[in-house]
Ligand binder design. Structure first.
Ligand code: NDP
Ligand code: A1CAB
Length: 292
């Protein structure tokens, strides 16, 4: 099946349309997937209502309302919190197979694409009684088509579903495959949680400007434009970030004064510890919520 017909025949069911589900739905719609290709199950009444209003898509309240059309290339995006995952997966289990009286057998096995932090493939497969599972770790810039998603699949996922998972993630930005499942925890720590570190940096840069006497609007403009300009410069440059940093740092100047303080406070070490904590938490959540 070529990519165009694979995409056109895809039906994507989101279980959970909260922060990340919403970002992916929005990004996928903007990239050309059609409204009719989506189903969403969202238990929260307010979130449910808002999804219907904003996107005009079909949003169900409960999992028992799902009925897969097995003539489609079904993708089920598991976008609930890790602590809700096992219950959802166990409820979904019976739905993933056509009923014995069904006249349609799946063209390809439904793909279960989990974006949940920590939840491991072995646990998903046990709960779902279904092999065709892929782990993905996207991030919220998917909302504007600038996400980056780390993906892991093992050999039990066939070529079509491998390609489908990648196509969906590419539609909302970029996708990278990692070679070991364990590395999805690292992806989570770096880029899944990463936007929050960047937003915290932006908050701090703006607040520092205000403390130096700039009004809030000006401080915000300076901080946001600096982050945008610097990251685009780094992105488009052949040089590593360390060289770009040196070019800003005049000998005995202002940048050197600021970077000296960050060095004394072991800024890099602190950030490494923070990202290590996220990686550890991802593993711990896998153990905590993977039981049962
Ligand atoms: N937020 C992010 O930046 C990222 C999140 N992720 C992962 O994505 C997943 C979702 O995170 P996030 O979007 O932030 O979480 P949210 O809580 O915003 O969204 C999850 C939604 O699922 C709903 N829900 C709970 N149980 C069910 C059910 N049985 N059926 C249907 N819907 C249900 C929740 O309702 P209620 O609130 O009422 O429980 C909630 O609205 C997590 O596993 C997280 O690890 C991955 C990458 C980035
Ligand atoms: O904070 C979390 O657990 C989720 C996973 C990555 C981003 N948000």
């Amino acid at each position: 099946m070529n990519t165009t017909s694979m995409n056109q025949n895809a039906h994507i069911t989101f279980i959970g349309g909260g922060n990340m589900g919403r970002a992916l739905i929005s990004g996928l719609l903007a990239s050309g997937f059609r409204i009719g290709q989506f189903s969403v199950v969202e238990a929260n009444a307010v979130t449910n209502q808002k999804l219907q209003q904003d996107f005009g898509i079909q949003v169900m309240n409960t999992l028992d309302q799902i009925a897969f059309d097995f003539s489609k290339n079904n993708v089920v995006v598991m976008a609930v919190k890790p602590q809700d995952f096992s219950l959802v997966a166990k409820t979904l289990r019976a739905k993933l197979k056509p009923s014995p009286t069904s006249l349609v057998t799946p063209v390809i096995a439904p793909l279960v694409l989990s974006i949940a932090a920590g939840i491991q493939l072995q646990d998903m497969r046990r709960w779902l009684d279904h092999d065709c599972c892929v782990r993905a770790m996207p991030n919220t810039p998917a909302l504007i088509g600038k996400g980056i998603t780390g993906l892991f699949a093992d050999a039990s996922v066939g070529a079509t579903n491998h390609a489908l998972a990648e196509t969906i993630c590419n539609a909302v930005g970029q996708a990278v495959w990692v070679k070991e499942e364990r590395l999805i925890d690292a992806v989570t720590a770096v880029s899944g949680s990463g936007p929050a570190y960047v937003f915290a940096f932006l908050e701090a840069l703006q607040a520092s400007g205000e403390k130096l006497g700039l009004d809030a609007i000006t401080a915000r403009k300076l901080a946001y434009a600096t982050l945008e300009g610097a990251s685009e410069l780094a992105h488009n440059s052949d040089e590593p970030a360390s060289i770009l940093r040196e070019r800003v740092t005049s000998k005995g100047g202002t940048t050197a004064a600021a970077l000296d303080v960050l060095k004394q406070l072991d800024w890099q070490g602190t950030l490494e510890k923070a990202i290590h904590a996220a990686d550890q938490r991802s593993q711990a959540m896998g153990n905590e919520f993977g039981r049962g």
